[in-house]
Design a protein around this ligand. Structure first.
Ligand code: PMP
Length: 406
């Protein structure tokens, strides 16, 4: 049995007390964004109430205080992902920013005919920047296919990878299906041909504590807002050797060493990639969110969410016409489904009337929807603050919606 005191945890999240359309909120859209505990909200209020100042440049006390807290957050995040040093942690505005930063950097390193491998189950933010890179460089994008269960076909990956492959990028966990990909094996294989690997950890980070050194990954990107932190902040982990090789993404203040009209030299890592005033409060709050989740414990979170996943899956399967997409044995607590003959949007709208928040649509993963030949799904995604009682309410709501629409 898992010793997670969910009732106590729920008290940390003020939003869970809200009512929506006259019902207590059931929040099952955690894969889109997670909710924020009071402990993190307090840090945000404290920042703007007590030490809001620009960082790194000021000699005055407030600026130093804000700088210390921001750099402490960087080190917390470094420790969480077990990066070798804090210079390898670049603050970004989120996963999308991190991927664009790396894809842009590779335009200086690739040549026409070089190959880039992508998985068939990526979020658009891990497809489009690489397509733009291919357009710029003449590099070729190749796709690692998936099977009906929503798993990557490893043997196809082995066939696709070659000396021509320069970058492999895929998600650790699929946002549309919840599949956990075998990234360690993929990284090892990619390194055998000297290809760099970028892992989109946006969906994995709320459930799995990734150890970037153990994985030997070259780049790992996350967003704070999926892990109990605020929106508009995230980090890019990059191995020092790669971050030194890549050119800067944006130019501006903070990222320079010296500037004259003849020549500018760039600052050392991590500042080379951190142009402009960053989301200071967001970075500090991200550190607090990581503290909060670690205090609960990622092992406990994963085990409890697996219970919710198994319970929700078995209950949903009792509904006639139920089709669940992504049935990998290795998956996070995401259930993507349709009911035969009904449009996902209609179900989503009706369950919202009963106070339940789920996602409907293509989940920014149109190639996955195309693979299953569907316009979209209903996606229920659970977090450690959800309960089986909430799942029961959801199941009842889906049954009611189905009855109304049939
Ligand atoms: N990749 C995956 C797998 C995601 O789930 C998301 C968020 N839906 C992103 C990338 C993009 O994250 P953000 O919008 O925070 O940049």
């Amino acid at each position: 049995k898992i010793s997670l005191d969910v009732e106590k945890i729920r008290k940390d999240f003020p939003i869970l007390k809200r009512e929506i359309n006259g019902y207590p909120l059931v929040y099952f859209d955690n894969a889109a964004t997670s909710q924020t505990p009071q402990q993190v909200i307090d840090v945000i209020v404290d920042y703007y109430s007590n030490y809001n100042a620009n960082i790194h440049r000021g000699v005055h006390s407030l600026s130093q205080e804000a700088t210390d807290k921001y750099e402490t957050a960087r080190r917390k995040i470094q420790q969480h992902f077990n990066a070798a040093n804090p210079e390898e942690i670049i603050f970004t505005s989120g996963t999308t920013h991190g991927i664009n930063l790396v894809a842009n950097g590779f335009s200086a390193l690739l040549e026409a005919g070089d190959e880039i491998l992508v998985s068939a189950m990526e979020h658009h933010s891990n497809i489009v920047p690489w397509q733009m890179l291919c357009e710029k460089t003449g590099a070729v994008l190749k796709v690692i296919p998936m099977n009906q269960e929503g798993e990557l076909i490893y043997s196809s990956f082995e066939e696709l990878i070659s000396e021509k492959t320069k970058v492999v990028f895929l998600n650790h966990v699929s946002n549309a299906l919840g599949t956990i990909n075998p990234i360690k094996e993929i990284i090892k294989k990619a390194h055998s041909v000297d290809a760099a690997v970028l892992i989109d950890g946006a969906q994995a980070a709320p459930h799995i504590k990734a150890d970037v050194q153990e994985l030997d990954v070259d780049f790992y990107v996350v967003s704070a807002h999926k892990m109990c932190g605020p929106t508009g902040v995230g980090v890019l982990y990059g191995k020092k050797k790669w971050l030194e090789k890549l050119p800067p993404y944006q130019g501006g203040g903070e990222m320079i060493s010296t500037v004259t009209f003849e020549k500018t030299t760039y600052a050392d890592l991590p500042h080379k990639f951190e142009a402009g005033t960053p989301n200071i409060c967001g970075g500090i709050a991200f550190g607090a969110a990581i503290d909060y989740m670690n205090k609960i414990g990622f092992d406990k979170i994963a085990a409890y969410e697996k219970e919710l996943l198994d319970y929700g899956t078995s209950k949903l399967l009792e509904i006639e016409g139920m089709q669940i997409y992504g049935i990998s044995r290795d998956k996070t607590a995401v259930i993507s489904f349709n009911i035969e003959g009904l449009h996902p949007y209609d179900i989503g709208t009706l369950v919202d009337k009963m106070g339940i928040a789920v996602r409907t649509g293509h989940h920014c993963a149109q190639p996955v929807m195309d693979f299953y030949n569907i316009p979209g799904t209903i996606r229920a995604s659970f977090s450690f603050y959800n309960t089986k009682t909430e799942i029961d309410r959801f199941i009842e709501a889906v049954k009611k919606a189905k009855a109304m629409l049939s």
